[in-house]
Design a protein around this ligand. Sequence first.
Ligand code: FPP
Length: 253
Amino acid sequence: MQERRIRADAIPGHVAIIMDGNGRWAERRGLDRIHGHRAGIESVRAAVRAAHELGVGVLTLYAFSTENWSRPKGEVDALMGLLEHYLEAEIDELHRNGIRLRAMGRLERLPEAARAKLDDAIARTRDNAEMTVVFALSYGGRTEIVDAARRLARDVEQGKLDAESIDEKTFASYLYEPEIPDPDLLIRTGGDARVSNFLLWQIAYSELHVTDVMWPDFRKSHLVDAIGEFQQRERRYGLTSEQVRIGTPRPGS
Ligand code: FPP
């Protein structure tokens, strides 16, 4: 298959992906849902490699939501096992390629073994600057906003912050990963056009790309397609086309 042509000078700096469709992929093959998650690990590898090759600066992957804790215990355990397996198998390659690993979410809920491997991987790759991969784990967008509000309220209570001075920038600085810029492109696999509590604050002006491809089938060509579509879009940030053409600064910048 011939690869779609994309412009190297307009690669989105931050791509976020809602990796959906593992269960359906497996069920359609008469397999247990867990086989879909296992196959999904190969897609995680492929997506990280592809994003790196294409020059994406940050890749954020929605690996486990706060709501996913309510799935059957066997599935939750399998997903945690896969996380451990991924970290063990991939950390050397990530590190060799200068990739920094980060994680966002209520990480304290993760089982101890998974948490320890995650902490090691984050510590080992902390100075890498080639690219950043963020795993959203035990993550919920509303929970992130609540956690930020709670820390911010504490700072106001302790007199470190004046309530009147709080603006969008101040609030954003209390989110889980304040140094990471907002996603330019949000991809969702599995065909459903919804956001599912992912990065609610950060996706305010992200371009959305929904594909029917199930996550276990996702490969570089699909990322290239999403970026190709992204490059066709005009990002106006609430301005008019004319204002964008003449270079009016983006509101809030
Ligand atoms: C959604 O598919 C996917 C998940 C809940 C988990 C995503 C996890 C992986 C890709 C593997 C784990 C990877 C790491 C690195 C932790 P679904 O089960 O909701 O699919 P469905 O909508 O078809 O039921």
